[in-house]
Write a protein of this length. Structure first.
Length: 970
């Protein structure tokens, strides 16, 4: 088996996915091949393409410099291969130069040429500034003119030299994007310089720098593969040659004038369902890098299968700038004038070209403990600016900003002004306002604004400055006046009022609510509270406190959406929700389900030293495989009926030797409950990684661990094992290989849960095992009906078996401790995640042998959803575990809970290299025979490729990130 080492990009994988699907007409695929029916090629190049003799350099050739003979340079290797592929066509060529490559000018003389294909190999001799104006503008004008006068079939080749590649490749790539040209980069072959070859005959350094024979060959092969490295963003070409219905379920071509909407209770784009599989960008923790690093990041995200980026705590991006007097104006940006917002604009535009959507949040800066500023008050004006500013200053010490717009008119005006400023901002790289941009799939008014929970049960009201308590009292009394009209009617409803209270005086106290916060359940990233509110006030009054909060949230949502939807074409249509939440409080979930979609947050946490015996081999880590399938924050029990459901944040804290199970759990919940997707937290952290300028850098950084940033254990950009698990879980979810639960149970929460407080306000922990089993086995839909006196419960499965069947193909088995597993045996997916007691796992038509670890995750997934023997697009991941070498982790030091406890337990974060426990396996199945395979490492290089017999062997020394298998005749 020959080993072929070459760099692979997101583009390659996308094209592989795109053009190996069934149902494509032959002529459509031919149109995507720039070499189809080509007779004459115009090559616009430099000395790599052709150079005459130079006596002082001892160069005597009349071909591509440093090739040993004419037939060894890339031009002639390429022509020879074309002749071999299509002997009926006589392929000819012309090589020309522009007049001044140093300035990238002087191409007019080329416009008289005749050609079926143009290959442009320029850039290494450029001497000007690497900017859009000085380099890209003339380069792109050359493309425009060549398209008009010669042919629009153009391949743009990046520079050979790494230095030039880093500086100008992004501009060549952008020009190709804009002009529907093909783009290939060749700098990855830079180690194949002639001077590095044994017995190099050239002594001149200038000649030796050029590609030798092997380098020339690889350049030719890379150019010939242009149809497989076609830019994803060639939207117009794609649109001309295929329909969206022919694309895989997860691929949507972002098109002018088309926006994400809700159809048939699900997210839809251009008539086809959108299944979100994304990541969170959390600012200011470091997702905004320079342009070159951003391009690299987006390539990696595309390969990962990411189709959505959610913005999290992003207000500092929009509100950048010194000496601010308000917290709602957003500065203008210019191309290539560096700022936080300019970097985001660039990332947005580039991601859009890759057909990656965005999920925006209009989160206020208070979420970063930054106060509203005094001039915010002037939006509405009034006599109380000083008192308002003083209350804001007090609030800055205690939090609580998220609730202000619900009760304080000045805070609401500021929030809406901020949202409008974001939406009206013109991205200089797209030329569009964000209000009109098709790449925004979702909007969220706030991040984790759990008003009902915090204000009624969390003790927030008692902590607020008196000024804001008074604003709540005003709104509460206005609502009571509207509802009851008179003191008599209110007294009749409640039974009594407190001494001196009167609607006419507008002094009815906002009570009863919890005065102190009593934390109840595991925190992770959020907190639950005891729902018992101790008070001698009438229960009907507590009911109205709840009703008032629901009304405020509903009114705020309706008002806010009306204010922003009028701004543009996109914001007028795209789904908007209130906020996301997590935990067991039913009133909170009910209030957050009022928007266009519902979203939930979930975090895994394996370090539970108090829940596991010290003599257990897993100590201090709890494996969820040893338990009934579940999600820690009850996301599996709150699927809202009748609208899209999404995970806004999901993540699993390191260290966790069983981390590969977490993404699979998320995917299986999304599949079974028919959710619309998930976004993993979080992608990047500059403090943890520093610069990431090349693919190799991602594998040459420590795995972030809890420390100065307690959530560092969630940062994942360099966690190879975790990312491979996310990739395969996403493929399983998006492929349609498994069916949703067809007849989910219905759970209708009534007034007992929504109004009463007490135990009824939290999920029923006494019956949670039965509820959870029923949910995973049959599916579950939740709705909320405040007019129903009692919650309507479905008939629950009371079985105590330690095995559960989800659908026709998925089995959870936790019968024996540390022998547990989940197994999927579907025609289009073979997955095993769990403990390995024997080195063999048997599926129908597939056997995996020789497994070398005692815990493993093995995924074989047909990404097109077809049975494996029919699929043209198969993904394989083989996962063990990973950790920093020398990590010192002492859980007995944990006196604080959850992530803060991890900070205490991490004594030494360890050192490089990362210790990756790789799998060795033999995969056997008739469907493998004669298939082409490619093994890809974490540097995104294909380090091994070939053709399978009926066995695919992988050793523990193979640095497999993932494996792709194509069609037998690919």
């Amino acid at each position: 088996m020959n080993t072929i080492l070459k760099t692979i990009t997101a583009i390659t994988l996308f094209t592989f996915a795109l053009f190996t699907n069934t149902g494509f007409a032959e002529d459509a695929s031919q149109k995507q091949n720039p070499f189809a029916n080509v007779k004459h090629i115009l090559i616009i190049g430099n000395s790599i393409s052709h150079h005459g003799p130079v006596k002082k350099r001892n160069w005597t050739g009349k071909w591509g410099m440093a090739a040993s003979a004419e037939d060894k340079d890339y031009v002639h290797v390429l022509l020879a291969e074309l002749d071999r592929r299509d002997p009926d066509i006589k392929h000819t060529y012309t090589i020309k130069r522009i007049q001044n490559e140093a300035a990238m000018t002087g191409h007019d003389h080329l416009l008289k040429e005749k050609a079926d294909l143009i290959i442009i190999e320029l850039g290494d001799n450029y001497r000007g500034k690497a900017t859009a104006d000085e380099f890209q503008k003339p380069y792109e004008q050359m493309l425009i003119d060549l398209k008009k006068h010669v042919t629009d079939n153009i391949i743009c080749v990046g520079p050979w030299g790494l230095g030039k590649h880093l500086k100008i490749s992004p501009f060549i790539k952008d020009a190709a994007h804009n002009q529907d040209a093909y783009f290939v980069q060749i700098a990855q072959h830079g180690h194949l310089q002639a001077g590095r070859e044994p017995n190099c005959p050239f002594s001149d350094d200038g000649v030796r720098w050029h590609p030798g024979d092997e380098g020339m060959k690889q350049i030719a092969l890379t150019i010939l593969a242009a149809k497989d490295t076609r830019l994803v963003s060639r939207t117009n070409q794609i649109r001309k040659n295929m329909t969206l219905a022919q694309l895989p379920v997860d691929e949507h071509i972002i098109q002018d004038g088309k926006f994400v909407t809700i159809q048939d209770k699900h997210l839809t784009y251009d008539g086809k369902r959108l299944k979100v599989w994304g990541v969170n960008f959390c600012h200011p923790y470091g997702n905004l890098r320079d342009h070159q690093q951003s391009d690299l990041m987006l390539e990696r995200l595309k390969i990962l299968g990411v189709n959505t980026i959610r913005l999290n705590l992003d207000a500092p991006i929009w509100l950048s700038g010194e000496n601010r007097t308000n917290s709602y104006t957003v500065p203008a940006t210019q191309k290539n004038v560096d700022s936080k917002l300019e970097r985001f604009d660039y990332v947005f535009a580039q991601a859009k070209k890759q057909n990656i959507f965005f999920w925006f949040t209009f989160d206020r800066p208070g979420t970063m403990n930054r106060p509203y500023l005094p001039d915010d008050y002037d939006l509405l004006g009034g006599p109380n600016k000083k008192a308002w500013a003083q209350a804001i200053a007090q609030l800055s010490k205690m939090g609580g900003y998220k609730m202000l717009p619900y009760f304080d008119d000045h805070a609401y005006a500021t929030h809406v002004a901020y949202a409008k400023a974001v939406l009206n901002h013109v991205n200089p790289y797209t030329g569009k306002r964000y209000a009109d941009d098709e790449a925004i799939a979702l909007h969220e008014i706030g991040n984790e604004n759990r008003l009902a929970l915090e204000l009624i049960y969390g003790g927030l009201y008692a902590r607020l400055p008196q000024y804001f308590q008074d604003r709540i009292t005003e709104k509460f009394n206005a609502w009571l006046k509207h509802t009851y009209h008179s003191d008599a009617a209110l007294h009749k409803a409640w039974g009594k009022l407190q001494k001196g209270e009167s609607l006419s005086m507008a002094n009815i106290a906002f009570a009863p609510v919890a005065l102190d916060a009593h934390e109840k359940t595991e925190a992770g990233a959020t907190t639950d509270y005891d729902a018992n509110i101790q008070s001698d006030l009438p229960r009907k009054r507590l009911h109205d406190v709840h009703r008032f909060i629901y009304a405020r949230i509903s009114d705020h949502y309706q008002r806010f959406t009306a204010d922003v939807r009028a701004l543009g074409k996109g914001i007028a249509q795209v789904p908007i929700n209130i906020s996301g939440g997590a935990g067991e409080n039913i009133p909170m979930h009910a209030s957050l389900s009022m928007g266009d979609f519902y979203c939930f947050g979930n975090y895994g946490f394996a370090t539970r030293q108090n829940e596991i015996a010290k003599d257990d081999p897993n100590y201090p880590f709890v494996s969820r495989l040893n338990q009934m399938p579940m999600l820690e924050r009850h996301g599996d029990l709150f699927t809202v009926a009748g609208k899209p459901n999404l995970f806004y944040e999901v993540g699993d804290h390191r260290p966790n030797p069983f981390k590969t199970y977490y993404p699979l759990r998320i995917a299986l919940n999304c599949i079974n409950q028919d959710w619309d997707g998930a976004c993993f937290f979080q992608w990047d952290n500059y403090t943890s990684y520093g610069d990431l300028k090349k693919h190799a850098d991602y594998g040459n950084r420590l795995l972030p661990m809890a420390g100065g940033y307690p959530n560092a254990g969630l940062v994942m950009a360099n966690d190879e094992v975790k990312l491979a698990a996310i990739k395969s879980a996403g493929a399983l979810y998006k492929s349609g290989a498994l069916d949703r639960a067809e007849a989910p149970l219905a759970l209708i929460y009534g007034a007992d849960a929504l109004l009463e407080g007490g135990e009824q306000a939290n999920i029923d922990l006494k019956h949670i095992t039965e509820l959870r089993r029923s949910s995973w086995q049959q599916g579950l839909r939740v709705s909320y009906d405040i007019t129903r006196h009692q919650t309507l419960w479905p008939k629950l499965d009371k079985s105590t078996e330690r095995i559960l069947q989800m659908g026709s193909f998925t089995t959870f088995n936790w019968q024996n401790h540390n022998q547990s597993f989940v197994k999927i045996d579907a025609p289009a997916a073979k997955v095993y995640c769990g403990f390995i007691t024997k080195p063999t796992v048997v599926f129908k038509n597939t056997t995996v042998t020789g497994i070398n670890r005692n815990f493993a995750s093995i995924s074989i997934i047909a990404e097109d959803g077809l049975p494996l023997d029919q699929s043209k697009q198969i993904l394989i991941t083989l996962l063990g575990n990973s950790q920093n070498m020398g990590l010192k982790f002492k859980p007995d030091r944990m006196t604080k809970k959850w992530r803060l406890g991890l900070v205490q337990a991490v004594v030494d974060k360890g050192h490089l290299p990362i210790d990756i426990k790789r799998l060795a396996v033999h995969i056997q199945g008739d469907w493998l025979k004669d298939r082409k395979f490619e093994m890809v490492n974490f540097k995104h290089e294909i380090f091994k490729s070939g053709t399978c017999d009926d066995v695919l062997a992988v050793s523990a020394d193979d640095p497999v990130f993932f494996i792709t298998l194509g069609d037998k005749d690919r």
